[in-house]
Design a protein around this ligand. Structure first.
Ligand code: GAR
Length: 202
């Protein structure tokens, strides 16, 4: 079975969805590690409850991004991590980091990329008056919310929804789509072909 690590900065509902999918046997992986750059993040409490080892890499404890990432890499190596899962990890990884792990880092984003990149995608789509939004899972490259798309799922925004309702529906969709995308990776069914990802038949 492959080893996975989740990197998160906040609430960790996607971390939870992944941990739950493993517990239910829907996802076959060892969730070995949660890494957070935020010592206050709620995801750390979720990890404790799920009995997943947690590691805090507080950026303020390091003189530069290089040292910060080196600490993370040491942890990933010591746990023999096969797939790095960004789930609300609000930091851009450096080109050197990506070079080391290209094709082995995935991210989830709450919009249909390439629209509404950034940290407030749900609110941005809501404020824009979009009628459709959705969720994207992609391989990570050097740019923010960018890289070969693995799965995308649209969501119709219903007339009269509040921002909170939209957030709830987007998050529910994320919690379904992320374990699915991870499972495809772990089964060796994702083939990176330049910019594109081909999903191989089972
Ligand atoms: C998720 O909605 C995720 O898509 C988003 O952060 C949230 C984290 O929620 N990521 C981005 O916006 C990346 N640009 P969670 O901590 O409850 O999993």
């Amino acid at each position: 079975m492959k080893n996975i690590a989740v990197l998160a900065s906040g609430n960790g509902s996607n971390f939870q969805a992944i941990a739950d999918a493993i517990k239910k046997g829907k996802l076959k992986a060892h969730l070995k590690l949660l890494i957070s750059d935020n010592p206050e993040a709620y995801c750390l409490q979720r990890a404790a409850k799920a009995k997943v080892k947690a590691f805090i890499a507080d950026r303020r404890d390091f003189s530069g991004r290089k040292d910060f990432e080196e600490q993370i890499i040491l942890k990933l190596r010591s746990e023999k991590i096969d797939l790095i899962i960004l789930a609300g990890f609000m930091r851009l990884l450096s080109g050197e980091f990506i070079k080391k792990y290209r094709g082995r880092v995935v991210n989830i984003h709450p919009s249909l990329l390439p629209v509404f990149k950034g940290a407030q995608a749900i609110k941005d789509a809501f404020d824009y008056g979009a009628k459709v939004s959705g969720v994207t899972v992609h391989f990570v490259d050097e740019e923010m919310d960018h890289g070969p798309i693995i799965l995308q799922e649209p969501l119709k925004i219903k007339e009269g929804w509040s921002l909170e309702e939209l957030e709830k529906n987007i998050h529910n969709l994320e919690h379904k789509i992320y374990p699915r995308a991870i499972s495809l990776f772990l089964k060796g069914r994702l083939r990176l072909e330049g910019r594109k990802v081909r999903i191989l038949k089972p």
